[in-house]
Each structure stands twice: as C-alpha cells, then as structure tokens.
Design a protein around this ligand. Structure first.
Ligand code: LMR
Length: 395
C-alpha cells in the first residue's frame, strides 16, 4: 500500500530550521521560524521559567492525568492575563479556559468544536495569514474563505478587509489576529477594531481571535485591546492563546482555548463539548508548560521577573526595527522599507518577492519565508549592516 504514497515537500516554515542548520556560510542569518532570539542569536530559557521549573522539580508530587480541560489553576491564571483582572466577562462567569497543546492545539479544538457543534459554518481568515491556519481548518473539515488584509503596495488594506467582512454570510466564523499579525506585522488601530466589531455585530459573526504574541507588540495590556473589546461587547467569542512566545516555552506546547458565552449556563454547555473534542484529539494536554506558567503567574515575584524579561524582548525587537530602517538609509532604501519600523511583533512583511527571498538565501545565506516574511528577532546589531547590504543587492 505504501508504494502508492507520494512524497510532499516539508513545511515551508519549519523546513527553514533544517536548511539553515545545513548552510555552511559563516555569515548566515536565520529570519525564518517565529522564535525569539537574543543579541547572541540564541533562544534562551527565561529566568522566570527556570525558577518555576526548579520549584516544580522540588514540589511536584504526581504525573497523573490533569483532565481534558487541563489544570484548573492554569485556567485561573490565564483568563485574567488575556481578559484583564477586572474583566466584566470574568465577573459574570461567562468565560472558560481549556489548556491545549500550544496555540495550534487550541486552534484545532476551536475548529473541531465549530465543525461538530456549529455545522455548515464557514471560517474566514486574513489574506495573508499564518499558513498553518489553512492546514488546521481544512484538516478539521471547515469551509475556508479569505478576506484581504495587505494590499499590492504592502500596506494594511483596511478598507478591503472591512468591505469583505460585510459580505461574509451571517453566522460564519471570522479569524482575527489579536496583535502582531502573522505574517505581516500590520495591526489594527483601536478605531479599526471598533469598526470590525460593528461589522461582526451586524453580520452576527463568531470571532475566533488568535492571540499568539501577547506582550510582543506594545505590552501585555495594550496587545489585548481588540480581544478584550470583542469579549466585553459580544455574547460569544472564541480566543486561542499561546504561551510559546511570551513565556519562551515553544516546545512545551502550552496554550488555551477560551470560550466566551452569553452566560454561565451556555458557557458550561460549550465547555462540555470542548472536553469531548480534546478527549478525541489527545485526551489530556501536556502538563509541564502549563505548570510553569501557573507557578510564574501565581507568584508576584516570578510574575514581575517574567514581565521584565518580556519587556526586554519586546523593546529589543522594536529597537531593531528602527535600527534596520536606519541601516538601509545609506542604500537609499529607508523609505521603501519604512513599514518595517511601523509593523509590530516578531514578523515583518518586507514586500520582497519569492525570487528576492531565494537570492538572499543563495547569495547571502539569509533565510526567510518565501512570502517575504522576516523574523525581526533574527536581526542583531552585528548583522544589520550585512542584512542592509543584502537587501540593497536584491532590490
Ligand atoms: C511561525 O509562524 O513561524 C511560528 O508560529 C512557528 C510555527 O509553528 O509556524
């Protein structure tokens, strides 16, 4: 039977890890997969995470199952982080958190919940979006549609987005990136969130807010503006959250699906269905990452340490954005790539074509996704002049 099976190319993002490793160019630069890098180009374990792990090693008494919703303590700390300590949604007891294997696992839970409990609903993603959105939603059997997000001049296409949202069939699901849009780095302003909210209300859409980079844009609270606006203004919202980036625990697979319903009764009903899809997918989520996050957020001291480290990461990325645009000045390209200074989060849609990206790889050992997405955390004071020279050579 296996003789019939065709080989497919590897994942376009994850494949870059291997390709970069195999490149012998001493000046090579990895701007591929979305992991944070420090000035030395490494992805270190955060200090707060190490301390939490030391506590776990000492205090953990069992490795028994934690249940399909994960550890309730994790749910208790993750909800206020996403929705705000003083959230009226929490006060009304209408939000539920289900711990998941990463943000990806949360997205699959959301997709399976929609397919089984809201059959026939389409799901709409931005064009472009994180490529795995397409894979996850299609694998779950959902009908996929796209709304414009970036125009031909590599700018946020808000009028196009809004016009398309107005045409989405009533009751469909619309995926919105809470902040640090992946891949483009273009985020909505507060006024734009308000306008999106109005269309969502008019069309009676179900927002699925993908929140993978909380703290990487402007700050933990600032980045939650859109998600909180939706949660507080609407009866029903889904949020998929990831701790991969903001706690730097990528491989621990730690995320959550948050369901917000009209009231506690509806929320408990939906929650029971989410447990079914979790059980059918993987039974229980992995515990370790959630336990780390819980230790940190339950301790005022560790939480403060973590927030400080997160701020350092965010400031470093935002500084590098500005420095890269400066480094392009001598090449006459600062205006052309000014967007890199304005975008937010780990990624930048540079506007480079797939052919230009190929040249950067072949001639300079610079690795980016072929869509033109660069991971800004891969920039460093040392490699900026080299990157600027390479950008100039292919432009
Ligand atoms: C990315 O977009 O690079 C990250 O979200 C990692 C991934 O899983 O693709």
């Amino acid at each position: 039977m296996f003789e019939q099976i065709q080989r497919v190319p590897g994942d376009a993002i994850l494949g870059l890890i291997e390709a970069f490793k195999n490149d012998t160019n001493p000046q090579k630069v990895d701007l591929g997969v979305g992991v944070y890098r420090d000035a030395a180009g490494t992805t270190p374990v955060m200090r707060a995470v190490k301390e939490a792990e030391a506590l776990l090693l000492k205090n953990e008494t069992t490795k028994s199952y934690i249940g399909s919703h994960g550890d309730p303590r994790y749910g208790k700390v993750i909800l206020p982080m996403l929705l705000g300590e003083e959230s009226p949604v929490l006060a009304a007891n209408r939000a539920s958190a289900t711990q998941s294997p990463g943000g990806t696992g949360a997205l699959r839970l959301a997709a399976d919940f929609v397919r089984t409990q809201l059959p026939g609903r389409g799901i709409w993603v931005s064009d472009p979006t994180w490529p795995n959105h397409l894979g996850i939603f299609q694998a779950a059997g959902l009908k996929l549609g796209k709304y414009p997000y970036v125009d031909a001049d590599n700018r946020l296409d808000f009028p196009g987005m809004l016009a398309a949202l107005k045409e989405i069939p009533t009751g469909d699901v619309v995926v919105l990136h809470a902040c640090c849009h992946n891949p483009s780095g273009f985020d909505l302003s507060r006024e734009q969130w308000q306008q999106v909210l109005e269309v969502v209300q008019e069309r009676e859409l179900l927002p699925l807010i993908d929140f993978a980079y909380q703290g990487f844009g402007e700050g933990l609270t600032e980045d939650a503006y859109g998600a909180r606006l939706m949660a507080e203004s609407l009866d029903e919202v889904l949020i998929t959250s990831s701790c991969s980036k903001n706690f730097g625990i990528y491989r621990e697979r730690t995320g959550a699906l948050v369901v917000i319903a009209k009231n506690q009764e509806n929320m408990e009903n939906v929650r029971s269905q989410v447990a079914v899809v979790a059980r059918e997918n993987y039974s229980n989520p992995p515990a370790h990452g959630g336990a780390i996050v819980t230790e940190i957020l339950e301790s005022a001291e560790l939480a403060a340490m973590w927030r400080e480290e997160l701020t350092e990461m965010r400031d470093r990325i935002n500084g590098l954005r500005r420095d890269f645009v400066d480094a392009l000045k001598p090449h006459g390209l600062a205006d052309k790539f000014a967007c890199i200074g304005e975008q937010r989060g780990m990624f930048s849609y540079t506007g480079l074509s797939p052919e230009q990206v190929d040249r950067l790889r072949d001639e300079f050992g610079i690795y980016m996704v072929r869509s033109g997405r660069a991971n800004v955390a891969g920039f460093s004071d040392e490699n900026l002049p080299y990157l600027a020279k390479a950008f100039a050579a292919v432009n």
